[in-house]
Design a protein around this ligand. Sequence first.
Ligand code: UDP
Ligand code: MG
Length: 318
Amino acid sequence: MNPTVYFVIPCYNEEEVLEETVKRLTAKFDAMQAQGLANGKSRMLLVNDGSKDKTWEIITRLHKENHYVEGVKLAHNRGHQNALLCGLMTAMPLCDCAISLDADLQDDVDALDKFVQKYLEGCDVVYGVRNKRDTDTWFKRTTAEGYYKVLRLLGVDVVFNHADYRLMSRRALEGLAEYKEVNLFLRGMVPLIGYKSDYVYYDRHERFAGESKYPLKKMVALALDGISSFSVKPLKLISNFGIIVSILSVFGLLYALISYFAGWAVSGWTAIVCSIWLLGGLQMLCLGVVGGYVGKIYSEVKARPRYRVEEFLQQPRE
Ligand code: UDP
Ligand code: MG
């Protein structure tokens, strides 16, 4: 039997691209239905992440005109990861599988069939992996690839060059629903669910229109979240570092004592000043890392809601 497929698309100030995205995804759904890859209950779920422009008006209109379009309006801008989770959780009871993709057509629409084919072959999670990064700037490419490597080194199980273009079956979504954390890093959480998974390789396009909603600041925040939500290695590194410095300081002390008794305790001003600054800086850095984890514990313990749905425009179920 053909599956009910949901496309889940977080949208933040995407008025320039939405119409085109919906047009292309509509054509895709028509083709997928003809090929037996999706049934008539399949929908695209546009999650408006508190946009300041006309995004929600466009979604409301498209919902009336196009029987594939459903919309969720969040009460605030909660960021991409929260908006995506909201979309996935809304789609969960309605679908057999959900595919998350960006609103800006960077995730190759033509690859969508391959995801569903893998699902029909029995995969619960299908990761979209970028073939190459030639549409990125040199800076983004190097930092992104370096980052995946660092995550691996820190013991976080992430799929190399996979962002949030992925298919999840309903039971994988039910698995995801059990993770209650507030600091979301979905690409690190999904591999924890388990089940059979596979990859689909695709070429990432340029943004169709508009500009990136992920400025460097948000990107760095997400990257740091990814590390501190999934790895406690930085804390261990700090302790190891502390041990090494303590051992070294014993030698330093010995040296100082010997110098004192031998009578060549002189100047040494440079060494002292340098070590004060160096150690002061390193201590503050280490405190900062520990503080980062404490801050996270704080927000996890409060367990505030991750998003709030203000409105859900649903299509009639056949
Ligand atoms: N997005 C969102 N909330 C935000 C920022 C971004 O829902 O606060 C959405 C955005 O509309 C897009 C996706 O997340 O569908 C990815 O954002 P973008 O394409 O701007 O990021 P980039 O591809 O430049 O990393
Ligand atoms: Mg984009």
